[in-house]
Design a protein around this ligand. Structure first.
Ligand SMILES: Nc1ncnc2c1ncn2[C@@H]1O[C@H](COP(=O)(O)OP(=O)(O)OP(=O)(O)O)[C@@H](O)[C@H]1O
Ligand SMILES: [Mg+2]
Length: 340
């Protein structure tokens, strides 16, 4: 039994491709990027979360940084387990002293395989959990967005995370129709890297692409309060020296067009497959959008235009899934869709 079994009582975990969030007593006790740094020769964990992210792209040959959940699936079991354990330990050491016991609800991507599900459950159990329930991400996102998922009322939720975009229609406590595509914040970053390379002849790293996306990320050129140009620094392809360039949001809107088109098409396909009564509900309720990717400027407007529906970006979209997982924890034996 791990040391942290002394600390935990009931916790909710959103194990995301980009970020892991842990809630205890409705409070966020861990909010860290899903990344781990390992010493190659000894396999020792050097850092997790923000500390490991600072090392990303700056390591020497004896240190490797791993994002174990790349693309919305568990790409690396061992490091997922190590990372999850460290995060749970962190939750216990940040001034929260919990009695033993241990219920956990963990949110997982809906496209995860049974083997991967098992791996998540095993990691949780090895971290001291006695009872574990899993919840699929779109369901958690819907609950965290304030939707009454048990009601006989169809709602569409789009969760744009780091690795995947999940689109689901939920009614009566179940996912009626859903789609998951491997387009999300990571792909947006790749498109940005490609665009800066092509238009400015500069190579930028993943961390710089992330900064560009947050500063001037946009889905359309016609946005209400355009951000100022952003100075990005990279590596000049011809001269081989570091060089700054000014990046405008319109360039980024063009760079992201292809990825955003994929999201729009998946939304349209999901709407096409939705039964008429549920379609009528969605027409009335509009579409809810959560996950960090929903913060791209003008994305709501673009999807609203394409679908002719109202699109609501939920309050604090980066935490919606964690909030929903927290609510599921309180309904541990009541919510029928929790996976035992
Ligand atoms: N202001 C912002 N503008 C655009 N993108 C953002 C912003 N803030 C965060 N993001 C992006 O949101 C993504 C992370 O969102 P989130 O935490 O919902 O994903 P996740 O749950 O870890 O991933 P997944 O659900 O795919 O497993 C990252 O790709 C990040 O770059
Ligand atoms: Mg997520």
């Amino acid at each position: 039994m791990g040391l942290f079994s002394l600390f935990t009582k009931e916790i909710a975990i959103d194990l995301g491709t980009a970020n892991t969030v842990i809630l205890y007593n409705d409070k966020v006790v861990v909010d860290e990027p899903s990344i781990i740094a390992i010493q190659r020769d000894t396999n020792e964990v050097l850092a997790v979360g923000k500390h490991a992210l600072m090392m990303h792209g700056k390591t020497h040959e004896n240190v490797k940084t791993i994002r174990p959940l790349r693309d919305g699936v568990i790409a690396d079991f061992k490091s997922t387990e190590l990372m999850l354990r460290e995060f749970i330990k962190m939750a216990g050491t940040r001034g929260y002293f919990f009695p033993p016991a241990l219920k956990m609800v963990i949110c997982i991507p809906s496209c995860i395989t049974e083997v991967e599900e098992r791996a998540v459950r095993d990691s949780a159990e090895q971290s001291g959990a006695k009872e574990v329930r899993l919840i699929h991400e779109p369901m958690a996102a819907a609950i965290g967005s304030g939707i009454d998922v048990l009601d006989a009322n169809g709602n569409m939720i789009i969760d744009i995370g780091g690795g995947t975009t999940e689109i689901a229609v939920i009614s009566l406590g179940g996912i009626v129709t859903s789609k998951s595509i491997k387009t999300g914040g990571d792909e947006f970053n790749e498109e940005i890297i490609e665009c800066i390379r092509k238009t400015h002849g500069i190579n930028v790293g993943e961390a710089m692409a992330e900064k560009i996306k947050i500063a001037v990320g946009a889905a359309i050129e016609d946005i209400d309060s355009p951000p100022e140009d952003f100075e990005a620094v990279g590596h000049d392809q011809l001269q081989g020296i570091p060089r700054p360039v000014m990046v405008n949001y319109c360039e980024i809107a063009q760079a992201l067009d292809k990825s955003i088109y994929k999201i729009e098409s998946a939304v349209i396909r999901t709407l096409e497959e939705t039964l008429p009564e549920l379609s009528a509900d969605i027409y009335r309720n509009g579409i809810y959008m959560a996950g960090g990717g929903s913060l791209i400027r003008g994305l709501d407007k673009r999807i609203a235009k394409r679908t002719q529906l109202n699109v609501h970006v939920v309050n604090d979209p980066l935490k919606a899934v964690a909030r929903g997982t927290g609510i599921a924890l309180k309904n541990f034996d009541k919510f029928p869709f929790l996976i035992k």
